[in-house]
Every structure is written in structure tokens, then in C-alpha cells.
Design a binder for this molecule. Structure first.
Ligand SMILES: Cc1cc2nc3c(=O)[nH]c(=O)nc-3n(C[C@H](O)[C@H](O)[C@H](O)COP(=O)(O)OP(=O)(O)OC[C@H]3O[C@@H](n4cnc5c(N)ncnc54)[C@H](O)[C@@H]3O)c2cc1C
Ligand code: SF4
Length: 444
């Protein structure tokens, strides 16, 4: 259990948010890589959405072939460094490692990957060259993991690529969302620069694509368009007091910390509403920002929480206090948040019901809402020809990620509803292959 003081300087901030998975040294990497059994039909590869040849890159580390390691990683995953640091490896590659069956510690695949990828970025290994020109142009909307991965793959096919990004920096939520103790801003940006230098795609920053006219212009100017715009702002709870000063969405709260570091606003007594990974991150980060108390209110039981167990454990380690089976009724205060009224919940006829008679108030100066991000359907709705299924998702054609019957392709959080960086990368690479087939006339 750890208490943190409010960080007053960048140095304090870096101390409070120091990496939970520190970079391996060369000798640590060699020792760890020598434990791998280099399994035939390795389960760790199957568990990775980008299907990196993990035993191969681990063997390359053990033989000192770090350029070969980098090639193996980046051939499958353009966000090789970010994913080594931020992937939920416990439920992916490391969770599938055969050592678990022997009740032994799995190979530290994530840290090995990040060791080799960090080295590749430092040494500026030349891994990629653009393909022979195809004389066709593709527009990519969004410079997150999906947009950048799609741009990289398309450049290797030889297409001209223009990326249009609303913000002033690349990598999307890698920069604006993922907790600083998993990846620093510098690390995220360095990987994007490494890719951009080698593959020469253009990024137009502060260029949101939001109007019918802009989409029409892109349709006229480009042979295909990829959409990788992720999800929107935090979904509102629609309870009284949500507009009070001190109540904010988790995505916005976290983005502020990522950009302003120790200067970001944070409360002394904080209640986080939600039970997903973003709620765990927001609660952990509030604690690391020096809150005296942080409570996590979730309307169901611990067992029903969608957050990964290890993310909950991380939050507990920094003194976050759970309030399971509670639901928010209203936030109180004159102009600023002074407290939140919670009610115990129970299941009545299969539905969660708040027991208002037994409600109680938790005095606090900040409430963070972490109950999901908005879909981007309002924006997608303005594009001619988009079809939506009964759950409101754009209808796409199988593995090509092509929006049915259009020249648009769409992947990442915007279509999977919010997953991990590694999923956005894997989907976007498939979408780039879909675009290539489409432009080669292999599909209608
Ligand atoms: C708080 C938080 C913590 C997370 N932690 C992790 C983690 O630890 N590990 C992990 O693997 N995943 C994590 N994720 C999930 C991960 O960040 C996402 O799955 C991944 O970033 C999705 O990539 P994307 O490219 O689809 O979308 P995004 O990363 O959201 O990128 C979309 C980009 O499009 C831009 N954009 C949006 N609209 C427009 C427009 N109209 N015009 C132009 N540009 C636009 C945005 O500015 C952004 O740069 C986290 C997510 C959140 C919210
Ligand atoms: S499952 Fe574990 S031991 Fe087997 S190849 Fe993968 S990392 Fe190595």
C-alpha cells in the first residue's frame, strides 16, 4: 500500500508516476530470454492480436541480434514499443505462456519486447522503406494507433498517404489516455517519429474532419479513405450536479494529467464512478496526484467488474477504496462539488436497483465519471452510403474493414467499441490490406 504526496514539480510527478514495468538491462534481457522454451505452435503467438513471432524475437535477443529482433517485432506491430509497455500481457501473450501450466512465472514477453523496441528507437534502426509508387492516394482520418498503423502499411504498398489529425500530436490515446506509469509522452512520440521518418507519410495536425463538405472533398481527392477516429468524450451519467465544478469525465481528467502533469487539476477527496479499466486508471492516477482518499463506486460486485484483475490490484496498491454495489444518485454542492450521494444496489428481477431509502453521502471535492466513451455515430452518420447494424455499428465487409459499398475503411476503437492499442494496430493493418485489394480492383 502506498501513499503519495501532491506532486509540486515535474520531478515529483515523475517519481509518483514512475514506470511500473521498468526497462530491462541488457543482461536481464539475456537471462530472461534464455528461459524461453521456444515452443512449437507457441500459444503466446496465438494470444497476440498482431501475431508477433514471440519465440523468434526472444531467440534473437538471446543471440544478441537486436536488429533482427526489432524487425520481427515491427513487421507485425508498428506500435511494438508502446505495446511492450502497455499491453495487458497478463491476459494476452504472458497469460498464454506455457510456464503458467507449470505454476512458474511466465516469460516477461512485454518487457523483453519493450527492451528490444526501445533499443531500436534509440539506434534509429532502418527497418522500412516505402513501396514502389502506385500513383494512388489514401486519406487517413485520425493519427492514433489505428491511423498510423494503416498509414505505415499503405506506404509500404506504395500509396501516397495524408493523415488528418484533430489534435496537435500523434498516437491518439497512447499519448492522451494511457497511464504515465505505463508509457511516457516522450516514448509514445518517439515511436511515431521513428515510423514517420522511415515511411514518409504526411500528418496534418489540428485538422479535424467533421463536416459533410470535408468528407466530400476527401472523396473527390483520394482513392480511398481510412477512418481511425477512436471514441468520443465520456458518456454523461445524467444525474443532478454533474455540471458542478469538480465533476469531470475520466478521459478528460486523464488527458489533463498527461498534458499538464503536476500542474493538472486533481481533488483531495475523489470518488470515481465505474468498474472498467479506465475507472481503475482514473482512481490510481488520482491517488498518485496526492489525493487523501480515493473511492471507487461500482454498481455491481467485484466479481462482475469488467476491469482486469491486475488493474484493480494496481489501484488497490495505491490505497483506492472500493465501494461495490453502490450507485450514484446525485452530486451535491453550491458551485463546486462537495459530496456525492450513493445508494446501495440490489438485483430485482434481473435489474440493478438503487435502494434510495438507505442512501448515504460521501463528502468529496472531485467526482470522476468513468462509465464509458461516446460512440462517433453522429459524425459517421453524415457520410453518404454508411449503413449501421441494429447495435448502431457501421456495417463492414468481413476482414477488409471496408464500410459496405463505399470507398471508406474503418478500424480501431471507433468500430470495436474500445479495446486495446494492439487490437487497433492489428485491425488497421488488415484494413490497409483491404484498401490495397480494393485499389487493385480485387473487390467491387
Ligand atoms: C484512459 C484510457 C487508458 C487506456 N489504457 C490502455 C492501456 O493501458 N493499454 C492499451 O493497450 N490500451 C489502453 N487504452 C485503449 C487504447 O488507448 C485504445 O484502444 C487505442 O488508442 C485505440 O486506437 P485508435 O487509433 O482506434 O483510437 P485513438 O487512440 O482514440 O485515436 C484516434 C485519433 O483520431 C483523432 N480524431 C478523432 N476525431 C477526429 C476527426 N473528426 N478528425 C481528425 N482526427 C480525429 C483523435 O484526436 C486521435 O488522435 C486506454 C484507453 C483509455 C481511454
Ligand atoms: S509460450 Fe512462453 S515459453 Fe513458449 S515460446 Fe512463448 S514465451 Fe516462450
Amino acid at each position: 500500500m502506498k501513499d503519495f504526496k501532491r506532486p509540486r514539480s515535474e520531478k515529483d510527478f515523475e517519481l509518483n508516476f514512475s514506470p511500473i514495468n521498468p526497462l530491462m538491462s541488457g543482461s536481464e534481457a539475456v537471462v530472461e530470454s534464455s528461459r524461453c522454451l521456444f515452443c512449437y505452435n507457441a500459444p503466446c503467438i496465438k494470444a497476440c492480436p498482431t501475431e508477433i513471432d514471440i519465440p523468434l524475437f526472444i531467440r534473437q535477443i538471446s543471440t544478441g541480434n537486436l536488429k533482427g529482433t526489432a524487425r520481427t517485432i515491427y513487421e507485425s506491430n508498428y506500435f511494438g514499443n508502446a505495446c511492450g509497455k502497455v499491453c495487458p500481457v497478463e491476459v494476452l501473450c504472458e497469460g498464454a505462456c506455457v510456464f503458467n501450466d507449470m505454476n512458474l512465472k511466465p516469460i516477461e514477453i512485454g518487457r523483453l519486447q519493450s527492451y528490444a523496441a526501445t533499443y531500436a528507437l534509440k539506434k534509429k534502426f532502418a527497418l522500412f522503406v516505402p513501396g514502389a509508387p502506385q500513383n494512388k492516394k489514401v486519406a487517413v482520418i485520425g493519427a492514433g494507433p489505428a491511423g498510423i498503423s494503416c498509414a505505415c502499411e499503405l506506404r509500404r504498398f506504395g500509396y501516397e498517404v495524408d493523415v488528418f489529425e484533430a489534435k496537435d500530436k500523434p498516437t491518439g490515446l497512447t499519448l492522451h489516455g494511457v497511464a504515465p506509469y505505463k508509457i511516457t509522452n516522450e516514448e509514445a512520440l518517439k515511436e511515431a517519429e521513428f515510423l514517420k521518418k522511415q515511411l514518409e507519410f504526411r500528418i496534418h495536425y489540428r485538422t479535424p474532419v467533421t463536416s459533410y463538405r470535408q468528407f466530400r472533398n476527401l472523396e473527390n481527392e483520394y482513392d480511398a479513405i481510412f477512418i481511425g477516429i477512436g471514441l468520443g468524450n465520456t458518456v454523461e451519467l445524467k444525474i443532478k450536479g454533474e455540471d458542478l465544478d469538480g465533476c469531470m469525465g475520466a478521459v478528460e481528467y486523464i488527458e489533463n494529467i498527461k498534458l499538464k502533469k503536476h500542474k493538472a487539476r486533481s481533488g483531495r477527496k475523489v470518488v470515481v464512478i465505474g468498474g472498467g479499466n479506465t475507472a481503475m486508471d482514473a482512481a490510481s492516477e488520482a491517488s498518485r496526484m496526492g489525493a487523501e482518499r480515493v473511492w471507487l463506486s461500482y454498481r455491481r460486485s467485484k466479481e462482475e467488474m469488467p476491469a482486469y484483475e491486475f488493474e484493480y490490484e494496481l489501484a488497490k496498491k495505491v490505497c483506492v477504496e472500493p465501494l461495490f454495489n453502490t450507485a450514484p444518485l446525485e452530486i451535491s454542492g453550491k458551485s463546486k462539488v462537495e459530496g456525492i450521494k450513493l445508494a446501495p444496489t440490489k438485483v430485482v428481477s434481473g435489474r440493478i436497483t438503487a435502494d434510495k431509502q438507505n442512501s448515504f453521502v460521501v463528502p468529496c471535492d472531485m467526482v470522476i465519471i468513468a462509465t464509458g466513451q461516446e460512440k462517433q455515430n453522429k459524425l459517421l452518420d453524415i457520410i453518404d452510403g454508411f449503413e449501421f447494424d441494429d447495435k448502431g455499428r457501421p456495417v463492414t465487409e468481413g476482414d477488409s474493414f471496408r464500410a459496405k459499398g463505399t470507398k471508406y475503411f474503418i478500424a480501431g476503437d471507433v468500430i470495436n467499441g474500445g479495446s486495446e492499442i494492439v487490437n487497433a494496430v492489428a485491425e488497421a493493418v488488415k484494413a490497409a490490406e483491404g484498401i490495397h485489394n480494393f485499389l487493385k480492383g480485387n473487390t467491387n
